[in-house]
Design a protein around this ligand. Structure first.
Ligand SMILES: [Mn+2]
Length: 281
């Protein structure tokens, strides 16, 4: 890793986790992300899926200079010695055909185990494979393990059919938003399913994206971390050199004079699990 002469405006971390940037969509906040990348360095950067919105690009090509700048910035970091791992999501699943490959110094992996500096083992994945499980949570819980496995398989088949037909990927976050009253339940259900997957993999925690809802919390003894998105909330997860995890929100341009720096908070209160617990009980 290159050591930059102490620039007080640049924070150095062990690892950064970034997801759901949706380059290709007009909603992507590329300027904020570029500014964030200028002010944050890490030994490893993990891109936790939906960095490029292939579905959107296929329908309507939208690629302004800012998107190039973000891409170049990431590749430059790779050239300077930062390890970059790209875990594809449902919007950039064209990369899923290339697990284990490298391009421009970027490793592609379907999922990974991240060993924290404090010895914790985290399962890192995007999270879309659980969409069907989450939508039909009650039925899946009732039918048991085989329904769980079947639901995940169905999700893969449905996504492939929709892609063949040129339809966009069914969006969890916009669907959850439409179900205004129960959106909280769906977020909670997603978290619960992902946490179970971490347990199945003997991990102490899970780091994911997909639902555009950043948080660091603890669910049933497993640490649940979501890196959020760069479409609305502009969030990332940073691992300190001692393994402590921090949620960073970057909604201002620090490069501009007199701008307010990041809002950052650590281990926010548990938000959604109570309701889910009540439902499951
Ligand atoms: Mn996604």
């Amino acid at each position: 890793m290159t050591v930059t002469p102490a620039d007080p405006d640049v924070r150095h971390f062990r690892t950064l986790f970034i997801s759901d940037v949706h380059l290709g969509s007009k909603a992507a906040k590329a300027d904020f992300l570029l500014d964030f990348l200028r002010h944050h360095e890490a030994e490893t950067i993990v891109l936790v899926g939906d960095i490029v919105d292939g579905w959107r690009l296929k329908r309507n090509w939208y690629w302004p200079q800012a998107f190039n700048d973000v891409t170049q910035k990431i590749l430059r970091k790779a050239r300077k010695g930062t390890r970059i791992v790209y875990i594809p999501g449902n919007h950039d699943e064209f990369l899923r055909d290339f697990p284990g490959t490298h391009f421009g110094g970027v490793e592609v992996a379907e999922r990974m185990i991240h060993e924290g500096a404090d010895g914790r083992r985290y399962l890192v994945l995007h999270g879309d494979e659980f969409d069907v499980v989450v939508r039909h949570a009650r039925m899946v819980a009732y039918l048991g393990d085989w329904a769980y496995d079947a639901a995940i398989a169905i999700n893969v088949v449905f996504a492939a059919i929709r892609r063949r037909l040129g339809l966009p990927y069914w969006s969890f976050s916009s669907w959850a938003k439409q179900q205004v009253k129960s959106a909280v339940n769906f977020i909670g259900e997603f978290q619960k399913v992902v946490v179970e997957e971490a347990r199945r993999n003997n991990a102490d925690g899970v780091i994911c994206g997909h639902i555009h809802h950043a948080v660091i919390t603890e669910i049933d003894g497993i640490r649940y971390i979501n890196s959020g998105d760069w479409v609305e909330s502009c969030t990332a997860i940073a691992e300190h050199h001692d393994g402590e995890m921090e949620l960073i929100t970057w909604q201002t341009m620090a490069s501009r004079p007199a701008a307010v720096l990041a809002v950052s908070h650590q281990m926010p209160a548990i938000e959604t699990r109570e309701r889910v617990g009540a439902e499951a009980a």
